[in-house]
Design a protein around this ligand. Structure first.
Ligand code: ATP
Length: 258
């Protein structure tokens, strides 16, 4: 990653430092330029939609934000400070949580154990606090994510559907309250009720000052929940607008034209 642009960015007014800023991010896979210099920012307490047709570069950008893939060039700022993410763990440590359909869950462990994976609660004698983890897992699943079909935190994750697995990953992010939640096609495998519960939760996070990036092909969902919209096309940012500046019709037209 280039360090040239790693000097502190300047923000015109106090309090306007974005939570996350990307500048001129480039990524190439062999001859293919997946990202051709993308600059964007995520404000505090906003839900940003990352839109674009298949192959536009959305997932590549998500992987860069979550530390899974290093950019070839460009710089990244977290709360105004330059950062270089060398691993997914470093992104997590900053407060970035990414939800994919199969978000690094362990099939052979229970739902409760997956929610606390790597951050297990330990009781007074140094043993894992299973009862407490199960109780919290149950609570998070029922009250926040409202997943049908996960009736017990003791279910093995391997026995869940794609949508239910995704819900477990969301429940994990929800419980550990990340500063930035990145959701890559979160509703594609979710039932209607779970989608509504997720959106309600994203609104709650926003009201608490936390931010989310929603990657989706569903422009109606995006328009319902997001504050700002960014469209990528062939590795370039081609459109950016806030909710009041655009409409579902315009987003549809621009994505299909891209
Ligand atoms: N690991 C990889 N190796 C080679 N090419 C890749 C790799 N990952 C992505 N690409 C290519 O980079 C381009 C951008 O892909 P990316 O997955 O970021 O797009 P996307 O906008 O997320 O698409 P979709 O909506 O279909 O998921 C595509 O042309 C894709 O084929």
């Amino acid at each position: 990653m280039e360090t040239v642009a790693a000097k502190q960015p300047e923000y015109p007014e106090e309090g306007t430092v974005p939570l996350l800023e990307l500048r001129d991010i480039k990524k190439r896979y062999g001859a293919l330029e997946a990202l051709k210099g993308v600059s964007l920012h995520v404000k505090r307490a906003e839900i940003l939609a990352l839109l674009g047709d298949n192959g536009a570069g959305k997932s590549t950008l998500v992987k860069i934000i979550s530390g899974v893939v290093p950019p070839d060039a460009g710089s990244m700022f977290w709360e105004g400070r330059p950062v270089t993410l060398k691993s997914h763990a470093e992104a997590t440590a900053l407060g970035i949580e990414t939800i994919y359909q199969d978000s690094a869950l362990v099939d052979s462990l229970t739902v409760a154990r997956n929610i606390f994976l790597g951050r297990e609660l330990v009781g007074p004698f140094g043993f894992m606090h299973h009862r407490k983890m199960r109780a919290i897992a149950s609570d998070v699943l029922q009250t926040i994510v409202a997943i049908e079909g996960i009736d017990s935190p003791d279910k093995l994750v391997g026995s869940l559907s794609g949508g239910q697995k995704q819900a477990v990953a969301i429940a994990r992010a929800v419980y550990f309250k990340r500063t930035l939640l990145v959701l890559d096609e979160p509703t594609s495998a979710l039932a209607v009720r779970a989608t509504e519960a997720l959106f309600e939760y994203l609104r709650t996070l926003r009201s608490q000052g936390l931010s989310s990036i929603l990657v989706t092909h569903n422009l109606y969902d995006a328009y319902r929940i997001c504050d700002r919209f960014i469209i990528l096309s062939h590795g370039e940012l081609v459109f950016e607008a806030s909710r009041s500046e655009t409409s579902v019709a315009e987003l549809t037209e621009r994505v299909s034209r891209s």
